[in-house]
Design a protein around this ligand. Structure first.
Ligand code: G16
Length: 545
């Protein structure tokens, strides 16, 4: 078989966003060479391909299998030593990260648009993770983008498709292709971190019920193996467990809006004791108890506060990190327990250096992401198992654990408003206007409330000193409240403005108030300061989480 160097025309719009390149399926399918160019641009950043292994898999969304066959052929033509592929093309993002690390691969390609809808009219995406198992840092994605703008050829070999239905090995030219069980290694890793015996007895005690909503996305098989086969939960525990190319027509984003079915169950009379959901590619999580939603920021703080009662973390934590818009609840825990706490820009890639340098053990984001140094991605099922282990250990309900935490550390009331699919130019102008008027905003009249700081967040990585600027407008009030504005980097249509609101409360009598009512004054300020109705022509957010 001959390696062909096929001529191609570069595209100008292949700049990776918060997490990889995400576009409508039609963009990948209908533009000749669109997928091929981006893959070749990634491979061009890897110098020693003939000595390297590459991991490939995806969340099973529409176009996943077709894309994987093309990627394998480009990888063979580029002379990779080995390509490790998940059976049926399936690998959750955390499983891929674990595999890259375990097999010492040079990196991995994960085909996913995460929580974005799938199917022929939905979204598709390509993420590139580097040898540490984490999303490529900006210096790598910038190089990929530069290559993609200048590409004029890609390498290809016209071989037969690989049978991805069966595990096993194939050799084509100099490349070994290994099709592996998608779940096994990841499940073993979870068993190393958590007390499976304790969780098993909780699940079989007869007085604890749980439901896990896989949202017809990638975590179905992982949850079946871990929760049902290894931990003995009844089969019905996993709902929507069959991965489907269009996620059953749903939007695989684990929040109260898109995981509505689960939320209704959890807030019904006699609802289950514990509920959780994960997203398209298995890295996000939502945690719920009966009549109780745990905000991702609170979940991060509670996980941090209780880490030492979990076997994998019993030696203590080196430090923690949260993305800038994530609530400061975890900061309170770090302060009290005397461990360092880092504030990074949005995007898991910014945790990579801190984890690699051993500066942090646990990290998380408001966008339903929590994880630890066991891999370099956020990990949905890891968070679920953490909570199960914690419940088994503390013998308390989710609500009791949350309320006890607030009593000890105070509560950071928190919400996020999303204005979706707004005109991209208007959204940019809104951000630019604030950026140009930071001191006017700071000195404005807020009916007796004082702003202590107003800036556009800039991050200097404490490990490699790289600087990331324009990471979101922060308005910090004297009482610790915050309003943050930033544009999402994961959407595919127009722009999404995210507004994050936070208010700290330590008065024990005021810990169980209504979140939206508590934050309503800040919400009014946020609307006025950015003039959202005037600039975006929107009177209310599309999604409130
Ligand atoms: C990605 C990143 C996360 C980030 C999230 C939200 O998540 O991995 O680190 O917090 O996007 O980004 P944005 O606010 O820019 O939409 P995922 O689950 O989509 O890969």
């Amino acid at each position: 078989m001959q390696v062909e160097s096929l001529p191609t025309t570069a595209y100008a719009n292949q700049k990776p966003g918060t997490s990889g390149l995400r576009k409508k399926v039609s963009v990948f399918k209908e533009n000749k060479g669109y997928l091929e160019n981006f893959i070749q641009a990634i491979f061009d950043t890897i110098t020693d391909r003939n000595a390297s292994s590459l991991v490939v898999g995806g969340d099973g969304r529409f176009f996943n299998l077709q894309a994987i066959q093309i990627i394998i052929k480009i990888a063979i033509a580029n002379g990779f030593k080995k390509v490790i592929v998940g059976q049926n093309g399936i690998l959750s993002t955390p499983a891929a990260s674990a595999l890259i690390r375990k097999r010492k691969a040079v990196g991995g390609i994960i085909l996913s648009a995460s929580h974005n809808p799938g199917g022929p009219d939905g979204d598709f995406g390509i993420k590139f993770n580097t040898a540490n198992g984490g999303p490529a840092p900006e210096k790598v994605t910038d190089r990929i983008f530069t290559y993609s703008k200048n590409i004029f050829r890609y390498l290809y070999i016209d071989s037969d498709d690989i049978d991805l239905k069966k595990t096993g090995g194939h050799r084509i030219e100099k490349t070994q292709i290994e099709v592996i069980d998608s779940v096994h290694d990841y499940a073993d890793l979870m068993e190393e971190l958590f007390d499976f015996t304790k969780i098993k007895s909780l699940l079989s005690s007869g007085n604890f019920t749980m439901v896990f909503d896989a949202m017809h996305a990638v975590t179905g098989p992982y949850a079946m193996e871990i929760l049902v086969n290894r931990l003995g939960a009844p089969k019905e525990t996993v709902c929507n467990g069959k991965p489907l190319p269009d996620f059953g027509g749903g939007h695989p984003d684990p929040n109260l809006v898109h995981a509505k079915e689960l939320a209704e169950k959890m807030f019904s009379d006699n609802g289950p004791d514990f509920g959780a959901a994960s997203d398209g590619d298995g890295d996000r999580n939502m945690i719920m108890g009966h009549n109780c939603f745990v905000s991702p920021s609170d979940s991060l703080a509670i996980i941090t506060a209780n880490a030492t009662c979990i076997p994998g973390y019993s030696n203590g934590l080196q430090g923690v990190a949260r993305s800038m818009p994530t609530s400061q609840a975890v900061d309170k825990v770090a302060e009290k327990t005397g461990i360092p706490c880092f504030e990074t820009p949005t995007g898991w890639k910014f945790f990579g250096n801190l984890l690699d340098a051993g500066k942090i053990t646990i990290c998380g984001e408001e966008s339903f992401g929590t994880g630890s140094n066991h891999i370099r991605e956020k990990d949905g099922l890891w968070a679920v198992l953490f909570w199960l282990n914690l419940i088994a250990e503390k013998k308390q309900s989710v609500m009791e654990i949350v309320r006890e935490h607030w009593q000890e550390y105070g509560r950071n009331y928190y919400t996020r408003y999303d204005y979706e699919e707004v005109d991209a130019t208007r959204a940019e102008e809104l951000m630019q206007h604030m950026r140009s008027n930071l001191s006017e905003i700071k000195n404005g009249d807020y009916h007796g409330v004082t702003i202590s700081q107003c800036d556009d967040f800039e991050y200097t990585d404490p490990v490699d000193a790289s600087v990331s600027s324009k990471q979101g407008i922060r308005i910090l009030f004297e009482d610790g409240s915050r309003i943050i504005y930033r544009l999402s980097g994961t959407g595919t249509t127009g722009a999404t403005l995210r507004v994050y609101l936070e208010k700290y409360e330590s008065d024990p009598a005021r810990l169980n108030m209504h979140t939206q009512e508590t934050l309503s004054r800040l919400a009014r300020f946020a609307n006025e300061i950015a003039d959202i109705p005037g600039r975006l022509k929107r009177t209310k957010p599309d999604i409130i989480t």
